[in-house]
Design a protein around this ligand. Structure first.
Ligand SMILES: Cc1cc2nc3c(=O)[nH]c(=O)nc-3n(C[C@H](O)[C@H](O)[C@H](O)COP(=O)(O)OP(=O)(O)OC[C@H]3O[C@@H](n4cnc5c(N)ncnc54)[C@H](O)[C@@H]3O)c2cc1C
Length: 471
């Protein structure tokens, strides 16, 4: 066995050691599952989940990045066969020149297809197009009981439990993804600035249906002062659609869509522990808000600026310093907008700084029992580790979210208490049933599954009480 490697998520909060294997073909994955030891095995993509989902303390982590082949896009149907370790960045580089874009993209292209399926990721178009797995026509899944070809109509229980199942039903080795036809690499963007949260939420409720993509950036650091004058937060709403050829200036109309530029900046690996604190975050948010136009329509923006503004800077998560950071993302129903306001106010009251929070509207859920999106609102906030009140504050917010019938996003989570999981994900029993069928020995496990008690009922005496094997 190779040496154990220290692994962490994007938030860099809970590193643990595991033996990392890098399979090159699906059979290697199958062999690794067959020889898994008592601590279990889980797949890892590009480690962009924020918490401990792609870690397995003391066990085996399968680094899937070598299974990265990309087939030719079927120019009629838009379907493409992709290795699960291929990144969305490499996929879009391969397909965009012939006019095919990602059907759903998270805020970064640096995630693998396997990671996008396992978290059933969403983008700014969830209210129109749903989540990533809803654009997967089929996939190959390596399970401890064999390699299976599954799809929405062939073993749908296993397919949908895998979509959002955080790697706990098997290891995706390859998937057929339905791409989206586009004419250009440009977006037509409308931008509006709002002095408070009520205004932006009303605009999203009434206007989002007219746009394929919509996202609001909310300045939470402005919440306290603004609340004194009867408002909560302020926001910039950007909504967009893909530009057609005729929307471009004549010289650009016949140019083929260009792939994204390479990363142009790398954040330093070592920064002082308090580089990002209340004042610097507030100053950044202020500058960003002032820069946005009050109202602008049909601005041409490159896809990369619109979808992935953070991808220009590699390793930006290191800017939060050695203690790392958390992302708190939750979803609540359409009538629960007050929870969004309450969360922002609570963080402001407790003086917990947060970079621009991202507010979106979700459309109908996917069929998966653990797929995160539920119709309504979702808010995501990045927070540096440090404020003493942080943990207790987030525990309280969890209670409020659960009481409103909402849930937190497991791909972002590093700290949820297990007792709330069944309330937030009431269909979790369906995942357990599927896991018992395809993984009766309980081989597939992760730090997240142990922390949240997702393995309950599957234990079969395998755990030896080793909890964290960190540094
Ligand atoms: C800057 C940034 C912006 C983001 N924006 C969004 C967003 O807008 N919307 C959104 O939904 N998410 C977003 N995310 C979260 C990210 O999309 C998910 O966490 C995604 O799962 C990360 O993919 P990955 O390849 O890095 O997987 P990892 O983080 O390595 O793993 C994530 C999970 O997928 C499982 N997994 C990985 N590969 C496989 C495989 N081949 N087979 C089975 N299971 C596998 C792992 O076991 C783990 O449970 C964002 C993350 C970052 C850092």
């Amino acid at each position: 066995m190779p040496e154990r490697t220290l692994l962490c998520g994007w938030g860099r909060t809970a590193p643990t050691r595991a033996c990392v294997l890098a399979p090159e073909v699906a059979d290697d994955v199958q062999r690794a599952l067959a020889h898994a030891d008592a601590r279990g095995t889980v797949a890892r993509g590009l480690g962009r989940s924020y918490g401990d989902a792609a870690q397995c303390a003391g066990g085996v982590v399968l680094d899937m990045r070598s299974l990265a082949g990309i087939g030719d896009v079927d120019q009629v149907t838009g379907e493409v066969d992709v290795g699960a370790g291929a990144s969305l960045d490499s996929l879009v580089r391969a397909t965009l020149p012939s006019g095919w874009f990602l059907p759903v993209t998270p805020g970064t292209r640096q995630v693998t297809v396997g990671g996008a399926i396992a978290a059933d990721v969403h983008g700014k178009n969830h209210h129109v197009d749903g989540s990533f797995a809803q654009h997967v026509a089929g996939m190959t899944l390596a399970t401890p009981t064999g390699l299976r070809r599954i799809g929405p109509s062939s073993d749908p229980e296993l397919f949908w439990a895998t979509a959002g199942g955080m790697g706990l039903t098997g290891v995706v080795t390859e998937a057929r993804v339905q791409m989206l036809r586009v004419e250009t690499d440009q977006m037509l963007v409308d931008t509006d600035r709002f002095v408070d949260l009520d205004g932006v939420m009303a605009a999203m409720e009434h206007g989002d249906a007219d746009y394929r993509y919509s996202v609001a950036w909310v300045d939470c650091t402005a919440a306290l002062g603004a609340r004194r004058s009867g408002h909560t937060g302020r926001a910039v709403l950007t909504r967009a659609r893909h530009a057609a050829r005729d929307d471009l200036p004549p010289p650009d109309r016949h140019r083929a869509p260009s792939p994204p530029p390479s990363t142009w900046l790398r954040a330093p690996r070592r920064v002082p522990p308090h580089l990002l604190h209340t004042l610097s975050i507030a100053a950044f948010n202020e500058a960003w808000y002032r820069r946005a136009p009050r109202h602008r329509t049909t601005e041409l923006q490159s896809m990369w600026r619109f979808f992935h503004p953070l991808d220009g800077v590699a390793d930006w998560n290191h800017l939060y310093g050695p203690r790392g950071f958390l992302q708190y993302q939750f979803a609540v129903g359409p009538g629960e907008g007050a929870v969004v306001a309450a969360v922002i106010s609570e963080l402001a009251d407790r003086r917990i700084p947060s970079f621009l929070a991202v507010l979106k509207r979700f459309g109908p859920s996917a069929p998966g029992p653990l797929s995160f999106p539920v119709p309504g609102w979702t808010l995501a906030l990045d927070m540096p580790i440090g404020p003493p009140a942080l943990r207790a504050c987030l525990d309280g917010l969890d209670e409020a979210v659960a009481a409103a019938g909402g849930r937190v996003y497991l791909a972002k989570d590093a700290r949820l208490r297990p007792e709330l999981l069944d309330t937030m994900y009431p269909r979790i029993g369906e995942l357990r049933t599927v896991r018992r069928r395809v993984d009766p020995e309980g081989v597939l496990r992760s730090d997240l599954s142990r922390r949240l008690g997702l393995d309950r009922g599957l234990d079969r005496g395998l755990d030896r009480g080793l909890d964290r094997v960190g540094d």
